[in-house]
Write a protein that binds this ligand. Structure first.
Ligand code: SAM
Length: 287
């Protein structure tokens, strides 16, 4: 099977199978082998690795992953792509194709069955309509995971990577940075895909922390505080937290906690680092 990462080979396969691209599944197929090489390099794939690929499409990236890794588990929602994948990946005996929705997949069982519970690497050109739920699911299900290397919308990569003070900083930056260290590897223009997406993309590498960089008494409460702070990001942090009915916090509790931390009462959530949010959560959680 020829390398699918060229416009002509991709079009040939799509036409051969009379396949029409499904916008609702976020289908934008990669056609640039330099980008695929960058992804495989960033993920540091080697023959000892088991890779989970989310949304293999017609198998373009899967070919590269199968070539470099020990095993690939490819989870694809679109059943019309399954016969195409069986054809394009016929040369590889280390690929398992699953016709499933990744958001409804029991990832822990999948990893335990296929990699004896050892950490996997996730590599994907993600469907952009569900980028955030997929990334959060991978962390929150607490599966054995080494890293995530994914193509995402450039703007989302920037939101994930940024720190306090920038306008992109928010709940997503903090949630991801709680679990991993983000790095933007490269920008990828729309011309690298068929069909071309309306936005620019970026390769994002998330190296999971071996030990958490912050520890809190109650992870759920920390994320509740963070969500509330950015739900009303133009308000002061004290107002945003006391307005959040699910947190049931009195204004004096919040202002006292801020004072103890040496922060001004009028501070906004966007000025706090992850460590400060963690400290605040522990202070508020035990009052
Ligand atoms: N990996 C291929 C490539 O790089 O050319 C295709 C990437 S395309 C951006 C996203 C892929 O994810 C599509 O094949 C789409 O059908 C699949 N997909 C969309 N939603 C999904 C879901 N919930 N679970 C699994 N796959 C999904």
């Amino acid at each position: 099977m020829p390398d699918l990462a060229t416009p002509s080979n991709t079009i040939k396969i799509l036409n051969k199978h009379n396949f029409s691209v499904q916008k609702k599944f976020g289908q934008n197929f990669l056609i640039d082998r330099h980008i695929l090489e960058k992804i495989v390099k960033a993920a540091k794939i080697n023959k000892a690795d088991c890779v989970l690929e989310i949304g293999p499409g017609i198998g373009t990236m899967t070919q590269y992953l199968a070539h470099h890794s020990g095993k690939v588990i490819a989870v694809e929602i679109d059943k019309k792509l399954i016969p195409i994948l069986h054809e394009t990946l016929a040369d590889y005996d280390n690929v398992i194709i699953k016709n499933q929705d990744i958001l409804k997949t029991d990832l822990l069982s999948l990893v335990n069955e296929n990699n004896d519970g050892k950490p996997i690497k996730v590599v994907a050109n993600l469907p952009y309509y569900i980028t955030t739920p997929i990334i959060m699911l991978l962390f929150e299900q607490h599966i054995p995971l080494e890293s995530i290397t994914v193509m995402v919308q450039k703007e989302v990569a920037e939101r994930i990577k940024t720190g306090p003070g920038s306008k992109e900083y928010g709940a997503l930056s903090l949630a991801v940075q709680y679990y991993a260290r983000p790095e933007i590897i490269a920008s990828v223009p729309p011309a690298c895909f068929i069909p071309r997406p309306a936005v620019s993309s970026a390769i994002l590498h998330l190296k999971k922390h071996k030990e958490p960089t912050v520890t809190v008494n109650d992870e759920g409460f920390l994320f509740g505080i963070i969500r509330a702070a950015f739900n009303q990001r133009r308000k002061t942090l004290a107002n945003a937290l006391t307005n959040a009915s699910d947190l049931s916090l009195a204004r004096s509790q919040v202002t006292n906690a801020l004072k103890e931390m040496g922060l001004i009462e009028s501070i906004r959530g966007e000025a706090l680092s992850l460590i400060e949010f963690a400290l605040l959560a522990d202070k508020l959680g035990c009052t």
